[in-house]
Design a binder for this molecule. Structure first.
Ligand code: DGT
Ligand code: CA
Ligand code: CA
Length: 576
């Protein structure tokens, strides 16, 4: 059984315990953390359990004795008794319903008690009959917002987060490579382009042993079953709920095929038009000359170059003007993961009980070879995150100073905070606290329903009136879950440019905020960016690559990104 299912169960247990009353706070936290750990892990929890038992499970962050025994129970009996018992009392599909923006478990349970709504289908019907607006605590506006939320969900339906899909694709590719029956295997399609969500996986395989390849594919634990097979293509459905197309190709067509199946479709259409103008033709086998002769097919670079273009990185292939730049030999040199020298958004809140300890976060940053790690705990008004007040912040900074002394320059911990931007555009921490920081990261968290004018004023004010250095997750969106706050981004970019404030690209796979299109737009203002993992526990530091992918989709170079600077230069920039 998949990690995802297990994570959903823990998340539901947390929600139901939360409904049981205030005194379950710590239990709720524990199950939430377990859900996060399991839901974002690359390895299968089942494998860990089968190999190392409960002891191995307890080595994982946030998995204590009780939860380890639930996991064992689950893989032993297929059930978790505690979950089943709670579910009898709360027979509601919290997982499905809470995907709607603004719908927490509490609201969902209210709808169940009042209207018998158990799942999304029931809720849709209740809304069509306008039954929700008459409930206490809901009203007409709230009914409309729920309807909007449901629609928003259905538009994104079927596309999976890159952060979930890419690790699966990589696991499949490495099994193919290790099998000995293939010469090459590579991920293509939207996954290779690092699109924030993917419709299906596309994997190219060079092999002359089609039967062997098919056998390997059907034997993989990720694969649920075959949907279709032809002479060069096998389509399967994966257990994660995604389809995967395998294309088996010949070595000599590798470049042409990789170009074709990486897409995007619009990019490839433009490329073919260029071929046609030259009297050539281009398909998934080769670039053909006037007499049908093969003039390029082995590598992608050959194909682009023979058409008179420079090689275009996959992340840029979206028909957004990259073809013109490639023709003019004027493509930007995109930033790479190895250019990142530190992370400027991470959490290590000593009070939260959810985030990892400071020394663990710092240790993980050192393992990645970072020169610096900025710790940005939440500020006080975010009480659900146990945000720190001024005094607690200052105490935390003292602890950071001490640790910096001990570290003796091996890595530098930077003092900061994810300071809440309040409703009126002021910041949630005092001037004295702000002055003690190496830099200030500020972000909107509460009162997110403001209209566009008001919200823009709030954010612009925060940028102009304060010494802010980074605007954190500028739009607040959660992909397929929560719509962005209403913001006139051009006004924000202008103010940010004027005041030297960097825009964040938050690398959490469900955020990717700013998104690729907004990055592309912000880039025109000559703004700087900070690509951050927003780590809540150390495993998440690995998420940086999704932020870099988004930056590359927005055409950013190393020079555009402040956390590619060496420490001294970065600090100098912050002091300006
Ligand atoms: P997705 O799966 O919706 O996230 O997006 P893609 O880009 O992976 O699209 P998909 O899986 O339908 O096709 C994979 C690639 O194959 C696509 O990027 C370009 C190529 N392709 C598919 N259909 C066509 C087509 O009709 N014409 C051309 N030129 N290329 C196509
Ligand atoms: Ca695809
Ligand atoms: Ca496909």
């Amino acid at each position: 059984m998949s990690n995802k299912k297990l994570a959903e169960i823990f998340e539901e247990i947390a929600s139901m315990l939360d409904l049981e009353g205030e005194n379950r706070f710590f239990e709720v936290r524990a199950y939430r953390k377990a859900a996060m750990t399991v839901g974002t892990m690359q390895q299968e929890v089942e494998d860990i359990y089968r190999k190392g038992g409960e002891d191995a499970l307890r080595e994982l962050p946030g998995i204590g004795k009780a939860i380890a025994s639930h996991i064992a129970e689950y893989y032993g009996t297929g059930k978790i008794k505690k979950y089943e018992e709670l579910k009898r009392k709360y027979p509601v599909d919290f997982t499905g319903l809470t995907r709607i923006q603004g719908m927490g478990a509490r609201k969902a349970f209210k709808l169940y008690k009042a209207l018998g709504v158990k799942n999304l289908e029931d809720l849709k019907k209740a809304i069509e009959k306008h039954k929700v607006r008459d409930l206490e605590g809901f009203g007409e506006k709230s009914e409309q917002e729920i309807a909007k939320g449901i629609q928003f969900l259905s538009q994104g339906g079927g596309r999976m987060l890159l952060g979930v899909a890419l690790p699966v694709a990589e696991a499949i590719v490495s099994q193919l490579k290790e099998s000995g029956s293939v010469d090459e295997a590579i991920v293509a399609g939207s996954t290779r382009r690092m699109r924030e969500t993917v419709g299906d996986l596309d994997i190219l395989v060079i092999s002359e042993k089609q039967d062997a390849v098919e056998k390997i594919i059907t034997g993989m634990k990720e694969v649920q079953g075959i949907i279709a097979r032809g002479p060069t293509k096998i389509s399967v459905i994966l257990k994660v709920g995604l389809n995967c197309d395998f294309r088996i190709i010949e070595k000599k067509s590798f470049g042409a095929a990789l170009q074709y199946f990486t897409g995007s479709k619009d990019h490839s259409v433009q490329l073919r038009q260029i071929a046609v103008k030259k009297g050539y033709s281009l398909n998934e086998y080769q670039l053909s000359g006037k007499n049908g002769e093969n003039i390029a097919s082995r590598t992608e670079a050959d194909v682009y170059n023979r058409l008179g273009l420079d090689y275009i990185e996959p992340e840029m292939r979206e028909a957004r003007g990259e073809i013109e730049l490639a023709l003019a030999h004027n493509l930007p040199k995109l930033i790479e993961l190895k250019d990142i020298r530190g992370d400027l958004h991470s959490h290590a809140n000593p009070l939260s009980g959810v985030t990892d300890k400071l020394e663990d976060v710092v240790g993980a940053a050192m393992k990645l070879g970072y020169e610096y790690i900025g710790i940005t705990n939440h500020s006080k008004s975010l009480y659900v995150e146990k945000g720190l007040n001024d005094r607690q912040m200052q105490e935390f900074f003292k602890a950071v100073d001490k640790m910096n002394d001990r570290l003796d320059g091996k890595i530098r911990i930077l003092k900061s905070a994810e300071t809440d931007i309040l409703k009126d555009g002021t910041l949630d921490l005092g001037k004295k606290t702000l002055e003690q920081m190496d830099y200030v990261l500020a972000a909107v968290h509460a009162n997110t329903n403001m209209g566009k004018g008001e919200m823009t004023k709030r954010v612009v004010m925060a940028i102009e009136e304060n010494d802010v250095h980074i605007l954190g997750h500028p739009t607040g969106r959660l992909i397929n879950k929560r719509e962005p706050i209403q913001l006139d981004l051009d006004k924000v970019f202008e103010a940010a440019k004027e005041n030297g404030v960097a825009m964040e690209i938050d690398a959490q796979p469900d955020r990717l905020d700013l998104n690729d299109e907004s990055v592309l737009r912000a880039r025109k203002y000559g703004l700087k960016f900070s690509i951050d993992s927003d780590t809540h526990w150390v495993d998440q530091m690995q998420l940086m690559r999704y932020g870099v992918g988004t930056a590359r989709r927005g055409w950013l170079t190393k020079g555009d990104v402040i956390n590619s600077l060496p420490l001294e230069k970065l600090l100098k920039q912050f002091r300006k």
